[in-house]
Write a protein that binds this ligand. Sequence first.
Ligand SMILES: Nc1nc2c(ncn2[C@@H]2O[C@H](COP(=O)(O)OP(=O)(O)OP(=O)(O)O)[C@@H](O)[C@H]2O)c(=O)[nH]1
Ligand SMILES: [Mg+2]
Ligand SMILES: [Zn+2]
Length: 348
Amino acid sequence: MSDLVGLVRAVQANYYRVRLRESINGIEELLCVRRARLKKMGQQVCVGDWVVVSHPDWQGHRGAIAEILPRRNQLPRPAIANVDQVLLLFALADPPADAHQITRFLLTAEGLNVEIHVVFTKADLVSPQEQQQWRDRLHQWGYHCHVLSLTQGSDWQHLHPQLADKITVVCGPSGVGKSSLIRHLTPREDIRVGAVSDHWHRGRHTTRHVELFPLPAGGWIADTPGFNQPELPQDVQQLAVAFPEIRQRLSKGQCLFDNCRHDQEPGCCVRGDWERYPLYIEYLHELETIASSEPSLGKMLPVKAKSDRQGQQRLEPLLDPKKYRRRSRRQQHQHLNPMAEEVLDSEL
Ligand SMILES: Nc1nc2c(ncn2[C@@H]2O[C@H](COP(=O)(O)OP(=O)(O)OP(=O)(O)O)[C@@H](O)[C@H]2O)c(=O)[nH]1
Ligand SMILES: [Mg+2]
Ligand SMILES: [Zn+2]
């Protein structure tokens, strides 16, 4: 008998909602637990995983996840596997579009190595001129974007072909309309939509958990909780290649130094009069400040004097066992959103 294979749509406490690849006797989904063997091996099941289900109980619609099929990729934040593309959503107003914030989202998305779609919503709240300005701006940054409204017209329907048969994750600041857009694209699903609070900038995380919703033309879309300031890439090299403007300049020219930071170095082909160059420099300096303030272990270790067998005094590092212990998985994942932490809670 062939394996029973399905896609993990959602994780709720210790249960996994698995959509079967082929429905059996009209049953499309099973609520599964994770086999103890996977748990012992420390294998985490995440939304987007293709899994092999064993011990199906067709009457109770239950099963057990026996195996996780190899992942193509995995987004850490929120934890979703096998992602094909990220749809970055920004509002043109309420909350207003902000080049700084948009860039931070773009940099994070660039680091994921998946396709990126940029969409601006709430076009009904701004003039056609303002819409065009953002279109032109994004074009200059190296991105094509869609501009649409959910309250006027039906331009949002143009997104359908780009989403078909793929797993798409919708990300963006809080209150821009991520849940509303998904509700339009997947009319039968019930998604919570919240009013933008007066203090939207503090982030009202209406959407709290990650779930894949089926699209009418095939494929899946995931909502994520809005967060307002994604972190920078981890190092300077990653930062530079996350700007299409820099990639484009480096594909045409060459800097004098191989390890050019594209700041003050002579013979730099990247430095120049392009809109986001000052942002690149700001982030470069931010990353370098973080790197230089991170103490190296050698400099930091407190020492204690100890006599050796010959009675000579030697200095030995005074280790605080708690401080230098390996970080726990929970600490390593501290930066994750509440859903990912919930996943970890249920896994630990
Ligand atoms: N005027 C206008 N309002 C919109 C549009 N799209 C969404 N909204 C409204 O914007 C508000 C926020 O929408 P949500 O879909 O909850 O936003 P979200 O991005 O999911 O927010 P979080 O879950 O907090 O991250 C709701 O009141 C929506 O009705 C639009 O195109 N035009
Ligand atoms: Mg939402
Ligand atoms: Zn350079």
